[in-house]
Design a protein around this ligand. Structure first.
Ligand code: CA
Ligand code: CA
Length: 145
């Protein structure tokens, strides 16, 4: 049994993938979720490493965002690409972080991820609305470390 399966059933995983699809219906931004046990890097640096590993820089508008979660460390990072950082204030992800934290604190792992994904989508939508020629540039599958 892999680590992620300890925390998420395959049904729950599917629900998260659905949430990503739903979020991406309203924004051209791309959202990915990466879950792993722990890291010996700082969580921020590891999120950046995963972002690169998943080639998340490869979006037209540079508007991909990664929700990185280190389960054992009880830590997560929201890492957005530079296309996003260029047009938003520094505290842009705070509301999304709060939403996730609230659920995680209550032990609602799956719901925290889903709420975070949907919230991130809403935030992205303001600056990067969905467009007719939208492509699903990055996979919606959960990535596991
Ligand atoms: Ca897209
Ligand atoms: Ca996608």
């Amino acid at each position: 049994m892999s680590l992620v399966e300890d925390f998420l059933t395959s049904e729950e995983e599917l629900e998260i993938v659905q949430a990503i699809r739903e979020a991406e219906r309203n924004t051209s931004g791309e959202i990915r979720v990466h879950i792993e046990k722990t890291t010996n890097l700082s969580h921020y640096n590891r999120a950046l490493e995963v972002f690169r590993m998943l080639k998340m820089f490869n979006t037209k508008e540079q508007n991909a965002v990664l929700l990185y979660i280190a389960v054992e460390d009880h830590a997560f990072v929201i890492y957005g690409d530079k296309g996003i950082n260029k047009v938003v204030p520094a505290n842009f992800w705070d509301t999304t972080k709060d939403v996730i934290q609230q659920q995680f604190k209550q032990g609602n792992f799956k719901q925290g991820i889903i709420s975070g994904v949907l919230k991130a989508g809403e935030e992205l939508q303001v600056h990067f609305p969905w467009q007719v020629d939208d492509e699903d540039e990055l996979s919606n599958e959960i990535s596991k470390g």
